[in-house]
Write a protein that binds this ligand. Structure first.
Ligand SMILES: Cc1cc2nc3c(=O)[nH]c(=O)nc-3n(C[C@H](O)[C@H](O)[C@H](O)COP(=O)(O)OP(=O)(O)OC[C@H]3O[C@@H](n4cnc5c(N)ncnc54)[C@H](O)[C@@H]3O)c2cc1C
Length: 402
């Protein structure tokens, strides 16, 4: 959807979206959209919709598994960015994008129930065939088909399944009371046993309530098989509560929150190795199809949105489709490969592991465990890698063609 809007904004017409699901449904739990992606959505004219739906995240705070605060930093506008950061329901984010596609491009150009099964290219066009026997042709084919991408598999048939780091993630949303500032995102614990919690709904905030999104991460015993990898695989609350039973903090009762969840989804934490190329003539990859990464630092979808904007710009400005695809690949592949690697090193959440290693029984004075300078460097270095250092982002020229 973000790619379709970006192509349209860059003045490119005749866009067709082929989606495998039988219908577009606003499902899922929460997601964080970082300022570098909010900038792109703002330039696509969607800022008011984001404000109308999500929570502009004001603070990110890291805690030990005992609920002791390690580090907190302002986020979004409060951190000096020209664009906010949003915590939002995934289904509602998809709804915002989908409505804009329907208004600007036309609902008839979104083809659901079209599962790509085969594609190929000739000198002057590409073609694609779908499971329902339909077929389409165009100038360029962009595989935005997720971590199990059929387009990626066609070019890299020996790659095998995604790589699992042994962590199972459970995600849910629970209606509850606002906690801390009401716009704080927290992480608590350490690698292998960690909670991520943040509010996602403006509507609930207006009613002085919170719709709380949470992710529980647990390292499995080495003999446990990888859980099923599917966006809609659900789990039971008692499975999740047991390892987090001690996470009862002054400001948030984690086990009680898990117990009251509307539904709990389960996923393995997986990624893939960066590829040597994404571009093959008139075909390329985007988003998780191109660079699936561990969901550390809230970056996968944000990077997909930036891919969309860069690809649209190159297609509008380069002399040929092939040249545009090569140039997109040259910009985005190394940038996202660096984030895939940084996320394997636990990204900005490293501060929690340092504290767990040095003070497993808790601490009296944080300064005796880790200095403020060390904490600041952990936070800054990830922002530089992921392209959202505030100074760099604020000064970078727009990706808009117009
Ligand atoms: C637990 C967790 C938390 C996360 N939190 C964040 C976060 O806070 N911030 C963030 O930026 N990112 C986050 N991410 C990452 C983010 O979810 C992904 O990066 C993002 O969904 C990728 O979008 P995508 O469109 O590339 O792929 P997907 O969202 O996987 O979409 C792929 C689409 O392609 C369709 N499809 C698949 N195969 C075919 C086919 N053969 N033909 C046609 N259609 C097909 C699918 O039905 C699907 O609609 C998180 C991920 C996880 C697992």
């Amino acid at each position: 959807m973000a790619l379709a809007l970006s192509l349209h904004d860059a003045g490119l017409g005749e866009i067709e979206i082929h989606e495998s699901a039988p219908a577009l449904r606003e499902l899922g739990v929460g997601i964080n959209v970082l300022p570098h992606a909010v900038r792109e959505l703002t330039e696509l004219g969607l800022l008011d919709d984001l404000y109308g739906t999500g929570i502009p995240t004001g603070e990110l705070a890291y805690y030990s598994r005992r609920g002791q605060r390690i580090w907190a930093e302002a986020r979004g506008l409060a951190a000096g960015y020209r664009w906010p950061q949003f915590s939002i329901h995934r289904g509602e984010l998809l709804g915002i994008l989908h409505r804009a596609v329907a208004e600007r491009i036309g609902a008839a150009h979104v083809h659901t129930g079209h599962h790509l099964v085969r594609f190929g290219q000739e000198k002057d066009h590409v073609w694609a065939e779908f499971g329902d026997q339909s077929r389409d042709e165009g100038d360029v084919l962009v595989g935005c088909d997720g971590i199990h991408s059929a387009v990626r598999r066609a070019f890299h048939p020996d790659e095998g399944p995604p790589k699992w780091n042994g962590i199972t993630m459970w995600r849910g949303v629970t209606p509850g009371k606002p906690f801390l500032t009401g716009r704080t995102m927290i992480m608590a614990g350490h690698f292998g046993r960690r909670m991520v919690v943040y509010p996602i709904s403006k509507r609930h905030e207006e009613g002085r309530r919170a719709l709380i999104n949470w992710v529980a991460e647990l390292k499995n015993a080495s003999d446990q098989p990888m859980p099923l990898q599917d966006w809609e695989h659900t789990a039971r609350a008692d499975q999740v509560i047991e390892p987090f039973a001690s996470f009862v903090f002054e400001f948030l009762d984690v086990p009680a929150m898990i117990r009251r969840a509307q539904a709990i989804y389960q996923y393995p934490m997986v990624d893939r190795d960066p590829l040597p190329t994404w571009s093959f003539g008139r075909v390329t990859l985007l988003g998780d199809a191109a660079h699936p990464m561990f969901p550390v630092g809230s970056n996968g979808a944000s990077q997909a949105i930036i891919d969309a904007r860069v690809l649209a710009r190159e297609l509008a400005l380069q002399a040929s489709v092939e040249a545009a695809v090569v140039s997109y690949d040259a910009v985005r592949r190394p940038a996202t490969a660096a984030i895939v690697q940084a996320n394997r090193q636990v990204g900005p959440e490293r501060c929690m592991d340092v504290v767990e290693e040095r003070a497993p029984d808790g601490f009296g004075s944080l300064d005796a465990v880790i200095s403020q300078a060390e904490l600041l460097e952990i936070s800054r270095s990830y922002k530089r890698t992921a392209g959202f250092d505030p100074d760099v982002l604020n000064r970078r020229p727009s990706l808009s063609v117009r």
